[in-house]
Design a protein. Structure first.
Lengths: 511, 148
């Protein structure tokens, strides 16, 4: 216990090093910028910045990615409040009350509430990260080859079903990713499999695939639609602050939304977009001022923003301990972890890696403070950035995708792979297939294959080994639940969204 | 929920992928065949399941041409950007990263009807960002091109 506390303390000392602090500031500001641009998403931002972290130490690299993640989730609220266009889906519920407050001349108050609630939501979520992550990681010590195989299948069933309208299409995307993960040298016999050239000996470069599927595909999505002028951001005329009474009023809402967001984050497959609506609805149910909802309620803004930022710490728990990212952003973050040569699970908490892990955790805590500071000081500036036209974003993101994918191995083939995955990703998104499932399958595929083949080698080809332990059966049940959970999640999200919209005046539909 | 006709293409592509990988798998040694064949079987099974769902929907609810995937599609703008991106890739290889990036940025921004001043500012800002972040900070040697 004392030893763990000491490592945690050392983590804070390491996180406070000048380079880490600088990266936190840069990452948070960049994240907020990405978040407040309606054409860009948090996953896309993290994927785009992944190559920049290669040369950094593992903890610094993860801190940067974590800062972008937190910043982007908060940043979405700025454009939601000022131009009534959520920067990310995680801020959709914030737009309902936030924009009404702007219309009432309370834009400053709305932005302060969003920033303040996001800060507390994110900060409190770090508590569960510190508490649950090491405990859950210990559980995986019981895992053998067969269990690792089922764990990778579980991860896929979860993510495959969530982001797609059709569960079967999501699973098809996951299976396609698994098939693509077999390209390269056979990990056991060394046989060449489906290799068109020696470039693919080590398989498809996951980072290039990530950048292509999340970032380049977004460029094509932006390029296909008519480029529209974004609404001018409303001027912040009032003071950016809350009175003592108002702070007292939103305190219970923040606490409730923290619990909601955290649970949603820990639950693989659910994300910030669900949490924001649940947080918003719950705040309304418990509010003593229900009449203010739909007309600019600070409790509504606080409920939504605290919940979506509380997801961040929670969602890192299954990602870091079990290797199961619950949503696209954490799938990209896990890619970053693997690229740094680290594997999720108990090894992140052993004597060798614990200092790095706890430095990242401490960095994650500090990022919340930077988010508060940068958010409050820079809101007006970020609001102007949110008006940046898609016409400018298209070539800018393309250049960053090119340079990012090239920087990995300094090979032009990486750009070709990235561009190919960009086109594949665009078509997949257009036909309701799931790009996150492909990415996750590319990451989990080799782990699952190794687990399956090792298990079969031990049992001399007898497949009963896959069903021989209690842990395997638990994972099989979870796989079945993973396939069924999207039905429940869809209903939950639709109900929360419907309930939220019932309170919105007709003239304030989200653009 | 009606069956979407464009899904016929999706199913056909997935069957084609299964067929391609299956044929390629036959060229592997027996030991190496097992895992890919297992995955191909899963993908084939899921695609068939989706096909059955489509048939069921078509019979019960009827069909619809598309889900509105390309409702606001701007062909000239999209294919123009795609063509410029491919030319940019060739440019990076032949004339180097910085020159081709500058040309690509200016050409795409003008193609998308951005005014000259934002074109100049965006181009300089992006190139400067790449230079500071990648060339100076990460010390990545970006392609100089084959022609120079």
């Amino acid at each position: 216990m004392l030893e763990t506390l000491s490592v945690m303390g050392q983590g804070f000392i390491s996180a406070l090093s000048p380079i880490n602090l600088l990266m936190m500031i840069g990452g948070t500001a960049l994240g907020i910028m990405i978040g407040c641009l309606p054409g860009l998403s948090a996953a896309m931002g993290v994927a785009l910045m992944l190559p920049l972290t290669f040369t950094m130490s593992a903890d610094t690299g993860l801190i940067v990615l974590g800062a972008i993640y937190c910043g982007a989730i908060f940043g979405g609220s700025i454009s939601a409040i000022l131009i009534h266009t959520p920067g990310t889906p995680a801020s959709a519920a914030t737009a309902i009350e936030g924009y009404q407050m702007t219309l009432n001349g309370q834009a400053g108050k709305a932005l302060f509430t969003a920033c303040y609630s996001s800060f507390w939501g994110g900060l409190l979520s770090c508590i569960s990260l510190y508490f649950f992550a090491p405990l859950l990681a210990q559980l995986t010590l019981k895992f053998q080859s067969a269990e690792y195989f089922w764990l990778s299948i579980f991860g896929l069933t979860i993510i495959a079903g969530v982001s797609s309208k059709s569960i079967v299409k999501g699973l098809m995307s996951g299976a396609l990713g698994l098939l693509l993960s077999t390209i390269g040298l056979d990990p056991v016999s060394g046989t060449k499999r489906f290799m068109l050239s020696s470039y693919f000996a080590e398989g498809i470069n996951t980072t290039c695939a990530l950048i292509g599927l999340f970032s380049m595909s977004q460029v094509f999505i932006l390029a296909e639609a008519k480029i529209k002028e974004r609404a001018k951001a409303a001027k912040v005329t009032d003071k950016m602050s809350l009175t003592r009474e108002e702070r007292r009023l939103i305190r219970p809402t923040i606490l409730r939304s923290w619990i909601i967001g955290n649970l949603i984050g820990i639950l693989p497959g659910a994300g910030a977009s669900i949490a924001c609506f649940l947080g918003y609805n719950t705040s309304r149910q418990f509010s003593k001022h229900k009449e203010q909802y739909g007309h600019g309620s600070i409790e509504g803004v606080a409920g939504s923003e605290a919940a979506n930022n509380a997801v961040t710490g929670g969602s890192l728990i299954p990602t870091l301990t079990l290797g199961i990212p619950g949503e696209s952003v954490t799938a990209v973050l896990m890619g970053g972890l693997i690229i740094q040569g680290l594997s999720p699970g108990p090894q992140l908490f052993n004597a060798q890696n614990a200092p790095m892990t706890y430095t990242f955790f401490a960095g994650f805590v500090l990022v919340q403070f930077f988010m508060l500071g940068i958010g409050l000081l820079g809101c007006r500036g970020f609001a102007q950035i949110s008006r940046l036209s898609d016409a400018i974003l298209i070539p800018v993101v393309t250049v960053l995708c090119f340079v990012g994918s090239y920087a990995i191995h300094k090979n032009i083939m990486d750009i070709i792979v990235m561009l190919s995955f960009g086109i594949i990703g665009y078509l997949m998104r257009r036909f309701d297939l799931n790009t996150a499932a492909v990415v996750l399958a590319l990451i989990l595929g080799p782990i699952g294959e190794k687990g399956l083949r090792n298990a079969l080698r031990i049992s001399q080809g007898d497949p009963r080994i896959l069903f021989s332990s209690a842990v395997s059966w638990v994972l099989i049940v979870l796989c079945i639940l993973g396939i069924l959970s999207p039905i429940l999640m869809n209903r939950l999200e639709k109900k929360a969204e419907k309930d939220a919209k019932e309170n919105v005046p007709a003239d304030s539909e989200i653009e | 929920m009606k069956m979407v006709k464009t899904d016929i293409g999706v199913v056909a592509v997935f069957y084609a992928i299964c067929a391609f990988f299956y044929v390629q798998t036959q060229k592997l040694s027996a030991e190496s065949q097992t895992y890919p064949t297992f995955i191909i079987a899963i993908l084939f099974g899921l695609t068939t399941l989706y096909l059955l769902q489509m048939v069921f929907r078509a019979k019960k609810y009827g069909t619809v041409n598309s889900n509105g995937e390309f409702k606001d599609f701007q062909p000239l703008q999209f294919f123009g950007c795609l063509a410029l991106t491919i030319l940019y890739l060739l440019g990076v290889h032949f004339i180097g990263f910085y020159v081709s990036s500058a040309v690509f940025m200016v050409a795409t921004l003008l193609f998308l009807k951005v005014k000259p001043i934002p074109v100049a500012i965006s181009t300089v800002a992006v190139l400067l960002l790449v230079y500071v972040a990648f060339t100076r900070f990460l010390q990545v040697r970006l392609p100089a091109g084959l022609l120079f």
